[in-house]
Design a protein around this ligand. Structure first.
Ligand SMILES: *[C@@H]1O[C@H](CO)[C@@H](O)[C@H](O)[C@H]1NC(C)=O
Ligand SMILES: *[C@@H]1O[C@H](CO)[C@@H](O)[C@H](O)[C@H]1NC(C)=O
Ligand SMILES: [Zn+2]
Length: 551
């Protein structure tokens, strides 16, 4: 009895002391007091210490917004950039890395696309999945319809793997690339993943499983390619893929057989004896069109001296390499691919739709390779900048993401701290934490005697690109996240992209701006000369009406 009373007293005292204490563990007075890590980059701009700096920035911001608030012109071209897995923390961390590479503190830096006048947010869930994959999201942001997890271009009546359900044509969805072609525009797709991968697949494929990239994959699932043609086959032989003027990416292996060796010595994955690269050439040849197939950067560059009507570039057997690990002699950068694609498409006076994916941001994150994920983001930003340099102000450019990842920016880290490294704060266990940490993935370290290991003491800490950032829950691959993604817009009707909306609304809004597709169109669309036949019909109707009335 006495013992329990004293325990109660002790507890009461402890609670009183704690609540009376001014020390705030959540927002520490001296975040750096626990540890000093010498990983600071750049100097804080001294002007920031005076109000004037922030006041002037704010006034400039208002004037800029007033100039940009609306743009009612009709978009001739649409260029859509998707950073696969480009979460908001990825965007923030990439801008800091960009600044720190220039020896600045980094936080104040802007990525190029961050200067776009309009920013919105999109909700990425799929019909049957809180946290989506790149297949259902690509279907949403390219066909305008949300679908089931892992499905490409087939409505919600089709579950993943259900080939037979996918044979019903009424369940097939058309992408904005097809809408553009139907309106007389040209279309093209660019990615640094396999061109048959989920995101670019959203532009042309109808597949009950995003993994059905070759006939082998379809047959392994127990179906025939007569029932469900594989994704590579659809790109080459079905509409709209067979009408794309530009197709750039990796994934050569999906187009050739297991006994065919490509230019770089790799065999393919097909078991149907087909060479789809040759089929693509034959198709173009039989149409009397000029065409070229390229597999390396120098071929691409020389093809661009006198561009053919159709250009197919497959620059790797599998995904193209991460930019920081690529051979720049054979593999073009995403910016170079974007430039070549725009030069190809810009010849159509009715305009074009171009899809560009920075697809390896996602792969970096899945491995907890934070440096590679951020560098791939910076590479996509360079491609966006190149696009804006090349096109006129009649082009709507939208930059967005399909889904997020579970990398956080944490730790009360001091200004200018190396974004790739440790925070100034220690955990209660006395062990440092990384500013960029993952909640799960292969970077999880086994605890030793119940203690979290100090990753900054690892021999190869930050020494190479494949050093994994810390993760909490061990998994073979880090997972996607379920939070909203940014949508940034520039050019005609950019203001359509403000707000928070479902991801599938994006293509409808782009199509609205460009007067294409089945949905609503901008006001100016009716005035466009493309509607002359409708106007003639009107005149005819009035003439008829008048003559009937006169009788
Ligand atoms: C950053 O600083 C390092 C070391 O002083 C220097 O070698 C490098 O050229 C600088 N980089 C830039 C972009 O200024
Ligand atoms: C690029 O391809 C062409 C045609 O196959 C070949 O002649 C050239 O050597 C290749 N370039 C490189 C750097 O591999
Ligand atoms: Zn992914």
């Amino acid at each position: 009895m006495f013992a329990s009373k004293s325990l109660l007293l002790t507890l009461l005292v402890a609670v009183t002391i704690n609540s009376g204490c001014t020390h705030d563990r959540d927002h520490p007075d001296t975040p750096k007091s626990t540890v000093r890590i010498n990983n600071k980059i750049g100097q804080i701009n001294n002007a920031e210490r005076f109000q004037k700096y922030w006041e002037e920035g704010a006034q400039e911001g208002i004037l800029k917004r007033l100039r940009e608030v609306k743009d009612e012109r009709i978009a001739r071209n649409i260029i859509m950039f998707v950073g696969d897995g480009l979460s908001i923390p990825t965007m923030t961390a990439a801008r800091i890395l960009k600044g720190q590479r220039q020896n600045r503190t980094g936080e104040e830096t802007e990525l190029f696309f961050e200067t776009f006048p309009t920013v919105g947010l999109s909700k990425t869930y799929c019909i049957n999945q809180q946290i989506p994959d790149s297949g259902c999201t690509a279907s949403a942001y390219l066909t305008g319809i949300k679908v089931n997890y892992g499905v490409l271009g087939l409505n919600g009546e089709v579950e993943r793997h259900d080939c037979l359900a996918s044979m019903d044509k009424s369940r097939h969805l058309e992408s904005i690339a097809a809408w553009a072609i139907a309106a007389g525009k040209d279309a093209g797709i660019v990615t640094n993943t396999r061109i048959t991968h989920a995101s670019p697949g959203g532009a042309y494929a109808k597949a009950a499983n995003r993994h059905w990239e070759t006939d082998y994959d379809v047959k392994e699932a127990g179906y025939t390619t007569e029932q469900c043609p594989d994704i590579a086959h659809q790109l080459i032989n079905s509409s709209p893929g067979n009408q794309f003027k530009v197709i750039f990416g990796g994934g050569r292996r999906e187009f050739i057989t297991t006994s065919t060796v490509d230019e770089e010595g790799n065999t393919g994955r097909r078991t149907d004896g087909r060479n789809l690269i040759e089929e693509w050439k034959n198709n173009k040849d039989s149409q009397g069109a000029s065409f070229e197939y390229v597999w390396n950067r120098s071929q691409l560059m020389s093809a661009m001296n006198s561009p053919p009507e159709y250009l197919l570039g497959l620059f790797n057997s599998n995904h193209m390499s991460y930019h920081m690990q690529s051979d720049p002699i054979t593999e073009p950068t995403l910016a170079e691919l974007t430039e070549a694609a725009i030069k190809m498409l810009n010849r159509n006076e009715k305009g074009f739709f171009l899809f560009v994916e920075g697809g390896r941001i996602d792969h970096g994150h899945h491995q907890n390779w934070h440096h590679l994920a951020l560098d791939e983001t910076i590479e996509m930003d360079k491609a966006v900048q190149k696009a804006i340099e090349l096109v006129g102000d009649d082009s709507l450019v939208v930059v967005t993401s399909d889904h997020t990842h579970v990398m956080t920016i944490n730790g009360f880290t001091e200004r200018g701290t190396d974004i790739l490294g440790a925070s100034d704060r220690l955990g209660w266990d006395g062990t440092p934490m990384l500013t960029l940490s993952y909640t799960n993935g292969p970077g999880a370290r086994t605890h030793v005697n119940g203690i979290r290991p100090d990753v900054t003491k690892e021999e190869d800490y930050l020494k190479h690109l494949e050093w994994r950032a810390h993760a909490e829950v061990p998994m073979e691959e880090e997972t996607h996240g379920g939070d909203d993604v940014p949508v940034l817009a520039h050019g005609p009707h950019h203001h359509m992209f403000t707000g928070l909306y479902e991801q599938n609304q994006i293509p409808w809004r782009m199509a609205y701006a460009a007067c294409i597709g089945p949905g609503l169109h901008a006001d100016g669309c009716n005035a466009a000369s493309t509607h002359l036949p409708l106007f003639m019909l009107y005149v005819l109707a009035i003439v008829l009406l008048v003559s009937v009335m006169q009788r």
